[in-house]
Design a protein around this ligand. Structure first.
Ligand code: KIV
Ligand code: ZN
Length: 517
């Protein structure tokens, strides 16, 4: 094992809120981005890329607020190779304790010809101009040649050398389309280190997409070749097949530091919480067999494995659940538990809520404890995540009564509060969920299509809460909603209403006038 020092420390650059947010249905509002930023800071990521300020007012505001709030991590904002983009990024970033401007332009022959319609010399001039302009504003400038892995090597080296001369402090090589393979990427990083004369004046970073499922392997290969920053996202969210998953890279480095010879400053015990927070905000649950954060990542089903595990957990576990912050599901409290114990439990689960929010959660906890004998940590997490979604919504769930069973017809009597007015309707459908969704449509007519409806048990047992995810789509806009309740139809209704509220918020962002029902 090599000794740990600055030369083998790998910086973690998280782009969950920028590249990750570009996955369909993953967009987040300001309050959600601030929650993610806080979680990233608890994880101790080195750089948080908070958004692309010129892309929308929402992105600009999110970057500005994250820049104002975060004190430990650096905060970066993305900008194309134009002075207007860079000025806008700087405007959003300038209050950060340690700001970074990240500017990029495509350098592959295909992108230059088809996307930019620029000659290589023009692209090269734009690199020099954009990096110099950014460096005049900010001491920390990252430059990326988009589609770097399909870029001609001579041109790549020429642009990198000029970017460093113009003031870039980090050179990031993106595998924008997830095309490279580990050996090739390793060789590319070595090539850059050997051929760019001033490369020792910048840190080499990599940014891998997962189109061939190789993003993490490519990132690790690049680290072995000397890259000292990796760009990644929580749960690997991102465009198409996603970006390299932060938790996988970090745990590979921690578990195989002996083989890889590099380390990170990440507080790995906060990984599970960051994964769950992101899932609850985006509504994107991770697959059960996902490395590190999947529900089965530390589950042992086969008898032969269980026997070994009981004697010594290292027989089948290469990292401990505790090292990623996974505590065993424990029976926590019942209906006699008091508010102070509940508040302590919330803190233990990583929630730092204000007095009103704790009180609201406590009331819902008591309601749940009346319905359900055993309350697990997961129940409390589901309950609080559900609540954090609440404020600022036009439509609120009031009550639901359904008739279901084999005799039919299945009906739903629904009450919703819409813009402050309680409305009621009865509807029939093919089953209670269909009847409920029809009732919502009749109280609040809309054109959104149901793209996904998914139900999971939050814990074991027939009295488990049903965690429901609903995805709605309207004119290319996608919104996810989720809710949990011991009654599957109630949680389905609340998840639908949540998705609809988020869709309305997006509609209003595009058309600032009030969206009508
Ligand atoms: O994938 C990519 O090339 C990017 C750049 C902007 C770094 O996201
Ligand atoms: Zn990317």
């Amino acid at each position: 094992m090599s000794t740990r020092d600055d030369s083998n420390r790998v910086l973690i650059f998280d782009t969950t809120m920028r590249d990750g947010e570009q996955s369909p249905g993953c967009s987040m509002n300001l309050e959600e981005k601030l929650r993610i930023a806080k979680v990233l800071e608890d994880l101790r990521v080195d750089v948080i890329e908070a958004g692309f300020p010129i892309s929308s007012i929402g992105d600009f505001e999110a970057v500005r607020e994250v820049a104002r709030t975060i004190t430990e991590s650096q905060v970066a904002g993305l900008a194309r190779a134009s002075r207007k983009d860079i000025d806008r990024a700087w405007e959003a970033l300038k209050e950060a304790k340690r700001p970074r401007i990240h500017t990029f332009i495509s350098t592959s022959p295909l992108h230059m010809r088809v996307k930019l319609r620029m000659e290589p010399d023009e692209v090269h001039d734009a690199v020099v101009d954009s990096v110099s302009h950014a460096r005049n504003l900010c001491d920390d400038v990252e430059w990326s040649p988009e589609d770097g892995t399909r870029t001609d090597h001579d041109f790549l080296c020429r642009c990198i050398e000029s970017a460093i001369k113009a003031g870039a402090t980090t050179i990031n090589i993106p595998d924008t389309v997830g095309y490279t393979v580990p050996d090739e990427f390793h060789a590319l990083i070595l090539m850059v280190r050997n051929r760019v004369p001033n490369i020792d004046k910048a840190r080499i970073s990599v940014h891998c997409h997962n189109d061939l499922g190789l993003a993490v392997a490519n990132s690790v290969a690049a680290i072995q070749a000397g890259a000292r920053q990796v760009e990644c996202t929580i749960n690997g969210i991102g465009e198409r097949a996603g970006n390299a998953a932060l938790e996988e890279i970090v745990m590979a480095l921690r578990t195989r530091e002996d083989a890889i010879g590099a380390w990170t400053g990440i507080h790995t015990e906060s990984i599970t919480k960051s994964s769950r927070t992101l899932s609850s905000i985006t509504g994107f649950n991770v697959q059960p067999n996902k490395a590190v954060v999947g529900a089965n990542a530390f589950a042992h089903e086969a008898g032969i494995h269980q026997a070994g595990m009981m004697r010594d957990s290292s027989t089948y576990e290469i990292m401990t659940p505790e090292s990623v912050g996974l505590t065993k599901s424990s029976l926590v409290m019942g209906k006699h538990s008091g508010r102070n114990a509940f508040r302590e439990k919330l803190i233990e689960l990583g929630y730092d809520l204000g007095d009103n929010a704790v009180q609201e959660a406590f009331v819902r906890f008591k309601e749940l404890a009346d319905k359900k004998k055993q309350i697990f940590d997961e129940d409390i997490v589901a309950l609080v995540d559900d609540q954090v979604q609440g404020p600022g919504e036009r439509i609120r769930f009031v009550s639901l009564q359904v008739v279901c069973g084999s005799k039919g017809p299945q009906t739903a009597d629904l009450e919703l509060e819409i813009d402050g007015v309680v409305k009621q309707v009865s509807a029939e459908g093919d089953g209670p969920v269909d009847a409920t969704f029809k009732a919502i449509n009749s109280l609040f007519p809309h054109q959104a299509k149901l793209q996904l409806y998914q139900v999971d048990a939050v814990t074991e047992g027939s009295d488990a809460q049903a965690g429901v995810m609903v995805r709605l789509e309207e004119q290319g806009r996608i919104a996810n909603g989720q809710a949990s309740d011991t009654d599957t139809v109630v949680s389905s209704c609340r998840a639908y209403v949540h998705a609809l509220n988020r869709l309305l918020a997006k509609r209003e962002k595009t058309h600032p006038q009030r969206a009508s029902a």
